[in-house]
Design a binder for this molecule. Sequence first.
Ligand code: GLC
Length: 440
Amino acid sequence: MMQPWFKKAKLGIFIHWGLYAVEGVHESWSMALGKMSCEEYYKQKENFTAEKYDPKEWAKYFKAAGANYVVLTTKHHEGFCLFDTEFTDLNVVKATPCGKDLIGPYADALREQGIKVGLYFTNTDWADDDHMRVILDKTQAEIDQLRKEKVNFKSIFDTTKYPASEETKEELDGCWQRFMTRYKGEIREIMTKYKPDILWTDVMVRRPGFDWECAAVKKMITDINPTTIVNGRLGDQGDYSTPECYIPLRSLDSDWELCTTMNDSWGYQGHDHNYKDIHKLVRIFVECISKGGNLLLSFGPDRTGAMQDEVKEILTKMGEWTSKYAEAIYPTNAGLDPAYFLGGSTLTDDKETLYLFVFDCSHGQIMLNGIRNKIKRITSLKNGQELTHRKYGGAGWVNMPGFRWIDLPAEAIDDICTVIKVEFEGPIDIVDIDHQKALT
Ligand code: GLC
């Protein structure tokens, strides 16, 4: 069930860590898109060492960045689990030289810093033969053969359109039941062991006639821990939406979170140095909070568990900005439509204070439109300077307030993103966008 903390969390960090970190290849998909055979792909487990894994150090960086929750992959589509499980030997304890549970220490380190614990767990599992037989419509012999070759599974995912034939139905039902027992069992294990604040599910390949039992799975989750929030990828059972790599153009009706990457990869890929600079990251973050969403920003540690220097630098710089402007970020809600202010904005719960996020202001003035309130004070949070402002126009006979210019001198401008605090007399009173049309 959605929890109040999530709406004020604003910044989360996403960590993709699995076998793919060993060779630095595309997480799970390098096997599914035919870049590597399954055999080559799973050989990576021999070098998954995690010897530099220091979740306490990670947690300090996340805290300093201003993140209030973190989501770590417990199992990606490759099927490799970062925790010990009775349902598969393809896990960090049984199958790698690392040999230890990686989820418990992560959860403890976050909780010590007061950060909420998110666990990613994908629905789909490409290491599970029973699951693969149903979603690819193959016999076991065909699956065995497929695992030796480089095969693009995606091209054979068209089973989502049709049910099993009469001849194969009974056998595939058996496969599905066995898979679902393991799937639900693993979820039960991570829920019981770690009691996550968020269970972040992913990719669900649906074939007619094979039931994911989403409502029962959700019930199992909340029976174990009633306060666990589930993201929007468990059929229709999610508590919030998770747009991936795109920012909704307007505020959404539901709670939401953008998930995206610091560079161009979810997991560690050593060749990818295309990190977004701090201007872009703050811009993306502000777009989210202005529309009532959170940002879940991803990186991938390498096979040793080390965090790349670029990632540390990003987290540090994010923290410099979020700590300076915390009052405009955390206790607020979605702000105004850009029809009122061409930039980002957030509003306090009592709606008496509006924060404006200004990205480009070479000419030293910004404009507000359609707001009726008297203004008590306008300040730049960069240096606390009070800003002068003037009102122009307005048509009292149709209750239209005109517009205001706010002066923004150079010393009040932040190189990354300036935050302006506008304090009103009373809760904000804006012209209704549609009403305005009727007046013309
Ligand atoms: C996609 C991808 C996956 C990634 C995820 C993050 O669903 O399959 O690789 O983990 O998005 O949202």
